[in-house]
Design a protein around this ligand. Structure first.
Ligand code: HEC
Length: 122
């Protein structure tokens, strides 16, 4: 055995541990550019991160405190059975729904427009 072997073994072991841990982690956050977001959609993503991300996943299908919003506008109906259109989704955001708080006084019209533009990309 060469004198360097133990160190090599240690490095390999540590790398394997690092790889294992990173594999358990959530998938890395994509940049706005990687997601192909235009400036308004990117602004909407900031609103989403600040106000919605605690309760809703945008890219995972799993539910958090609220249902995943992935593919929200891709199907005719939301999980709650309401039509997945701008009017109904805006109502839920503005008025709230059961355990979801109302955002009436928390978002400006501009923020709401940006947020809707972003939700359409999911
Ligand atoms: C405190 C947690 C919480 C926050 C913050 C929150 N929501 Fe919700 N949301 C919920 C819950 C819980 C539901 C399920 C309500 C029900 O019982 O129908 C829900 C439902 C929804 C729905 C209907 C989804 C479906 O498929 O039925 C939409 C759309 C939605 N939220 C959008 C948003 C957006 C956009 C934001 C940010 C502005 C947001 N929510 C912030 C908890 C939250």
């Amino acid at each position: 055995m060469t004198p360097h072997r133990p160190r090599l073994v240690l490095i390999v072991a540590l790398s394997l541990i690092a790889i294992l841990f990173s594999a358990c982690d959530v998938e890395p956050r994509k940049t706005d550019a990687e997601l192909g977001l235009n400036p308004q959609q990117a602004a909407g993503r900031r609103v989403y991160d600040a106000h919605c991300a605690d309760c809703h996943f945008a890219y995972s299908k799993s539910n958090l405190k609220g249902p995943s919003l992935n593919g929200l506008f891709k199907k005719p109906f939301m999980k709650n059975g309401m039509p997945a259109n701008d009017d109904r989704v805006t109502d839920i955001i503005v008025l709230g729904r059961s355990k979801m708080p109302a955002f009436q006084n928390k978002l400006t019209q501009q923020q709401l427009n940006d947020l809707m533009a972003y939700l359409h990309t999911l």
